[in-house]
Ligand binder design. Structure first.
Ligand SMILES: Cc1ncc(COP(=O)(O)O)c(C=O)c1O
Ligand SMILES: N[C@@H](CCCC[NH3+])C(=O)O
Length: 414
């Protein structure tokens, strides 16, 4: 049995034809491969070998309970950015002491709930956040373990919306200001300083920005050690890219090897927070062609999935491969694959050379990360179903929303 991989070389879990999945579960529909998710998680875990480490899946990439529970059973940790993600991880059976809480805007109630649950560490993104965590922890008579997320001013060379490590970005604490904040943290009685955290962006296709950032982080760790502030772990964030079309990102092995070479004999636990590299090429979005609409300038294939289901093309101009479930003979035409939403930006792909007919089933590849999690009810469209394929079986891990769900919690004016 073979499935997908980072390079997206295989499309579907072979044991079940996607046509059957579409019949059973309807379209649009997200389909995930259990074997691929597991293989990708193990690839990171194995890559770090005997070095003490924790792979914390970035929940924002895919927060389906089926996906999270599968990873929890492998022993995965989780990187969360909200109390909503925390509750999902706990509901999926994730271990609290393997949860890392990132994000620039943690609310007091979120901090309280995370402390109550017993998470492993807060990645602190500003001095006022540090003070808030200390206050909440003092109020609860707990000690909060923290890392400071530093901003090393390194260009991830990714899309500007998903680059996070430049000094003009809102993320992290300027690495030059970080020492003073560490000194403050070390002096707070309800704070335990454990690590340094750094995440410079997503969909990185080269190693050098990661290594530049690591150099800055290691230099900071050395300066802190001189001041008596011992660092136990380095959290290097997520960000390793995947192949959507023709990218050739490094594999986890190569990444880990380069990290290890830099780390040498240092006694530091490594935490990684991969999201996309685990889930991206473990999922596809199935959609059906509703209408073909050739016009004098463009051929539009109107499909039943839209920007509310998969936002990446509209938001970032992202290109994801789109392939028909059944290949038709004939001369390909350039088709714009568009959804029913009332926006010109509602497209899944542009000028794709395909032979199409009304009713055809298409798969948008590499949709397992930042697909469903970024979906919305725009145009009052119900969210798609999510299905997990496991060998020759498939089960629904989230049903398609019913129309009544869309207004169940609203009320008319009295
Ligand atoms: C703090 C943090 N950790 C981890 C991730 C996961 O990133 P990726 O899906 O690129 O691995 C992100 C998103 O970029 C993030 O902001
Ligand atoms: N949503 C983005 C990635 C954001 C990463 C979150 N820090 C994408 O689809 O590429």
């Amino acid at each position: 049995m073979d499935h997908f991989n980072y390079r997206g070389e295989r499309l579907f879990a072979e044991d079940i034809p996607v046509t059957e999945l579409a019949e059973r579960f309807g379209t649009p529909c997200y389909v995930y491969s259990r074997a691929t998710l597991e293989r990708h998680w193990h690839a990171f875990d194995r890559a770090l070998g005997a070095r003490p480490h924790l792979i914390c899946f970035a929940v924002k990439a895919n927060s389906n309970l089926g996906v999270l529970s599968l990873l929890a059973r492998l022993g995965s940790g989780f990187d969360i950015v909200s109390v909503g993600e925390l509750e999902r991880v706990l509901a999926a059976g994730g271990e609290p002491d393997k949860i890392i809480f990132s994000g620039v805007g943690k609310g007091a109630a979120e901090i309280r709930r995370a402390l109550e649950a017993g998470i492993r560490c807060f990645n602190v993104e500003s001095e006022p956040e540090l003070e808030r965590i200390a206050d909440v922890a003092a109020d609860m008579d707990r000690v909060a373990t923290v890392s400071l997320r530093v901003n090393p001013d390194v260009d991830a060379r990714s899309h500007p919306y998903i680059s996070t490590g430049l000094k003009e970005n809102k993320f992290g604490i300027d690495i030059h200001a970080a020492e003073a904040v560490y000194r403050r943290a070390a002096a707070l009685s309800h704070i335990h300083v454990a690590g340094i955290d750094c995440h410079i962006g997503s969909q990185l296709t080269e190693l050098s920005p990661f290594l530049d950032a690591l150099d800055h982080v290691l230099a900071l760790a050395d300066r802190l050690a001189e001041q008596g502030i011992a660092i136990e772990h380095l959290d290097l964030g997520g960000g390793l890219g995947i192949r959507y079309t023709d990218e050739a990102p490094p594999e986890p092995d190569a990444y880990a090897e380069a990290l290890s070479a830099r780390l040498g004999e240092r006694d530091l636990e490594i935490i990684l927070e991969p999201g996309r590299a685990i889930a991206g090429n473990a999922g596809i979005l199935l959609t059906r062609v509703e209408y073909l609409k050739p016009t004098p300038t463009h051929n539009f294939a109107i499909v039943d999935a839209a920007m509310n289901d998969l936002l990446r093309p509209a938001l970032y101009g992202a290109e994801q491969a789109i392939v028909p479930a059944v290949q038709r003979a004939g001369e390909p035409l350039p088709w714009d694959i568009v959804g029913p939403v009332c926006e010109t930006g509602d497209f899944l792909g542009k000028a794709r050379a395909l032979v199409l007919a009304q009713g055809d089933l298409l798969a948008v590849r590499s949709s397992g990360a930042y697909g469903f999690t970024m979906s919305s009810n725009y145009n009052s469209r119900p969210r798609a179903a999510e299905v997990m394929v496991d060998g020759d079986r498939a089960h629904l891990v989230r049903r398609r929303e019913r129309l009544a769900d869309l207004y169940a919690d609203e009320s008319r004016l009295p």
